[in-house]
Design a protein around this ligand. Sequence first.
Ligand SMILES: Cc1ncc(COP(=O)(O)O)c(C=O)c1O
Length: 389
Amino acid sequence: MSDLTQLRREAVAAPESGIVAVINYAREREGLIPMWAGEGDLATPDFICAAASASLRAGETFYTWQRGLPELRQALADYTARLYGRPSLPDRFFVTGSGMQAIQITLAALAGAGDEVVCFGPAWPNFAAATELQGAVAREVALDWTEAGWQLDLQKFKDAIGPKTRAVFVNTPANPTGWTAAEATLRAILEIARDAGIFIIADEIYSRFYYSGGRAPSFHDVMEEDDRIVFVNSFSKNWAMTGWRIGWIETNAAFGDIIENLIQYSTSGVAAFMQRGALAALEQGEAFVESQIARAAEAREIFASRLLATNRVSMTPPDGAFYAFFAIDGIADTRAAAFRIVDEAGVVLAPGTAFGQSGHRFLRACFHRRLDEVETAADRLVDWIGRAA
Ligand SMILES: Cc1ncc(COP(=O)(O)O)c(C=O)c1O
C-alpha cells in the first residue's frame, strides 16, 4: 500500500534537509542558543502587522491580483530604484508566496528534464533540491576556501557550462559562506552567461546585510534591462517576516504573462492582507532595516573575533549575510560535532554537510540575534573548542 515507487521519482529522491536532524535533536531542550536558523530573533514590527490586520478587518479577503497588488508592485519598483540608483518600472515585478516560491516559479519557467542548472557551493541546499524537483540536474561549482575568504574561480564556472545548461544561481551575499561577489566578478559572470546564452537566477536577498557600508554590489549595477536575469527576493530577512511567506520576482517585463500563469497554477496569488503588510514594510520599514543591519554588524564582530582568538578556527568574517561559516581544527565530521555541540556547549549550529560537498568541514552559525546571546554563544563555543577539539 505504502510503496514509494508509486510516487514521482524526483519527489522521492528529494534530500532530507541536513539541518533538520540537528534541530529535531535539540528541539524542546531548555537553555540552548539556537543559531541554526536562517532568521533573526525579532518578531515582525507592529506597523507591518497592523497594516495586515487592518486589511483583513476591511474585508480584503477575496481573490487578488496574480502578479500582486498594483500598489505593492509600484512600491517594489520604487524601492529597487532607490536601492540601486536606477529607474525601475512595476511591470518588472511579481509578488510570490516567499523567496522559495520565487525560486520554484523561476525554475518552472527555465529548467526541466534534461536541463542543468549551475550553483556555486557551499550553497543553501534549496537551490539544488528545487532544481532536481523540476527534473533538472544541479551542478555544483565549488568556491575555493582561501585565507582571504571564499573565491570563485571563473574558469571552473565556464567549464561547468555545457549544452544542457539553462541557468546559474548566483547568491550574493551568500548563505552560508558570506561570499559576496565584487562588481568586477558580477560583470565577468554576466559576460560568461551572455556568451553561453544562459539565465542568471540572482538571489541577492541579503544585499542589505553588507558590512563594508551601503549595500552589496548587484547585477543591477552591471546589467542591461533585457539581460537574461531573474532576481528572486524576499521580505523574510530585511523586515523580519520569515513566517509570513512573501517574496518577489523581478525580471524582464516580456516574461510577465508566463510568470502570471505559473503563479495562477500554483498559489493563484498572495493573500491581499499579506501584501498590505509587505507594502507597509517597504513604505515605513527603512529605520527597522537599518537597525537590524547595525545590530548584525556588531554581532558579526563579537562572534568572529572571539572564535578567531582561539587560533583553532578557520574563518574570514563574512562580507555579507548573517552567518559565520567556520571550520575547527581537528573536527572533520561536522554532523557529529553539531550533535556534540548541542549536548556539550548548549548551542545549536547547522553542520556544513547540509550545504553540499564543499561545505563538509564547516559549521554555520546564524549570528543575527540579541548581542548578549551572541556573546554567550561565542563564549560557550570557545570553551568547547578548548575542551573538545
Ligand atoms: C539564500 C536564500 N535565498 C532564499 C531564501 C528563502 O527565503 P524565504 O523563502 O523565507 O523568502 C533563503 C532563506 O533562508 C536564503 O537563505
